[in-house]
Design a protein. Structure first.
Length: 408
């Protein structure tokens, strides 16, 4: 074994970190669960979110209980040598079944839970539940007195009943990974997928492909033992590395569509809040003060309060707007080649600046007809963005002024 380790190079190097090796994917999966947990709690009635949370919890438990230190602790607490083996195998089998159920439900949609989907779900639960029961029966029949924390699969590969248990959990895992991979890659090829969902599925597909590598390494090492050969390095070094990479990829795949959507929405709200700043500062000049600062206010509340403040100030200010200047500015912006939507925003920004600079007029007492401010209040984001381009505003205003006789 020493010569084999020396020849392995990077693979042997990984074994030096084996005691902490399994905590890396456990930490990643725990972080993924922590990211998802607020959404799961808030939308607890959503069965898909609950399923994702349960799956991430199972995956995290697998890597926690497969760590050598945890294996030793479980064996000591129960007083049964190697009882961690059927426990870890059961967690891994439950994880496989949960993956299949989740992908089937996610792919078909729970809102239209067809009879075929229900049958497939019942079949998966029955099969993998039966596998878990059989794992414990085989362990009870096996004789495994020597505790093994790293190489149990190859050490007991030829032991009666334990041999069948090891083969059973590996085959159950392989079948689940093959079916899940096929469902995922078929789904990726469908049209009309959201970009974040497609990327999430691609990470899942890579993760399950790595899982197939894990199964291949394990089965090859076990098969070598049956043939009287020693390929334990596949079990000791290659399989753990593939399992860790797979766990990270699967965790990213599950959280990316939801976390990406959440971050995109956060970014959209913050961008909208930031883009309203020029118009907000202009309205503060009119009002004399702005929105009070609240330290713990959410971005949704801050955006709503900024929008409300701007509209509240714009309503009375709209009475000062020069409608003829607005028409000339709009025509000038169109004449300068600006698109219609941009031209409307520039024209509105020009007349708002004009009204602010002109100050209150003599007829502001309320005798004038109130203007229609529907479009103005709806387009405050575009108007605020237009205020960020003072050169464009000056050009539009200059051209609008040139269209009026000097004696006007």
């Amino acid at each position: 074994m020493e010569s084999a380790d020396a020849a392995l190079g990077p693979a042997s190097f990984l074994s030096d970190f084996y005691p902490s090796f399994w905590w890396i994917p456990a930490a990643v999966l725990a972080a993924a669960l922590a990211i998802k947990l607020p959404t799961i709690i808030r939308l607890w009635t959503d069965p898909l979110l609950r399923a994702v949370g349960g799956l991430l919890l199972l995956a995290c438990a697998v890597f926690v209980f497969v760590a050598p230190s945890t294996i030793v602790w479980v064996n000591r607490v129960t007083g049964v040598p190697n009882i961690s083996a059927p426990w870890v195998y059961s967690l891994l089998t439950a994880f496989c079944g949960s993956c299949l159920v989740l992908i089937i439900a996610w792919r078909n949609g729970l809102s239209e839970h067809s009879a075929s989907t229900r049958r497939a779900t019942r079949w998966v639960l029955s099969c993998y539940g039966g596998v878990i029961v059989l794992l414990w029966v085989l362990f009870a029949l096996a004789d495994v007195p020597v505790e093994r924390t790293r190489d149990l699969d190859t050490y007991y590969a030829t032991t009666p009943f334990m041999r069948e248990e090891i083969l059973l959990y590996l085959l159950a895992h392989t079948v689940a990974v093959l079916i899940t991979s096929k469902l995922i890659w078929n789904w990726i090829r469908t049209d009309g997928l959201d970009a974040l969902l497609r990327w999430g599925l691609m990470f899942l597909g890579v993760g399950y492909a790595l899982n197939l590598g894990f199964d291949a390494a394990k089965l090859t090492a076990v098969g070598a033992r049956w043939a009287g050969r020693d390929l334990d390095w596949l079990n000791l070094h290659v399989a753990p590395a593939l399992a860790c990479l797979s766990a990270v990829s699967i965790a990213v795949g599950f959280i990316l569509p939801h976390a990406g959507q959440y971050l995109h929405e956060r970014w959209r709200l913050r961008l909208a809040h930031h883009q309203l700043r020029p118009l907000y500062l202009l309205m503060r000049r009119v009002h004399g003060s702005g929105v009070p600062f609240v330290l713990r206010a959410s971005i949704e509340l801050r955006l709503t309060r900024r929008e409300t403040f701007i509209r509240d100030v714009l309503l009375p200010l709209a009475r000062r707007i020069d409608e003829r200047l607005h028409e000339r500015s709009h025509a000038a912006a169109l004449g300068l080649g600006h698109p219609p939507e941009r031209a409307r925003a520039l024209a509105a920004a020009v007349v708002i600046l004009d009204a602010v600079e002109a100050g209150p007029r003599a007829d502001d007492g309320g005798t004038a007809r109130d203007p229609d401010t529907t479009d103005l209040l709806r387009g405050i984001g575009a108007v605020s963005r237009a205020l960020r381009r003072p050169d464009d505003l000056r050009t539009v205003r200059a051209r609008a002024d040139r269209t009026v006789p000097v004696t006007e």
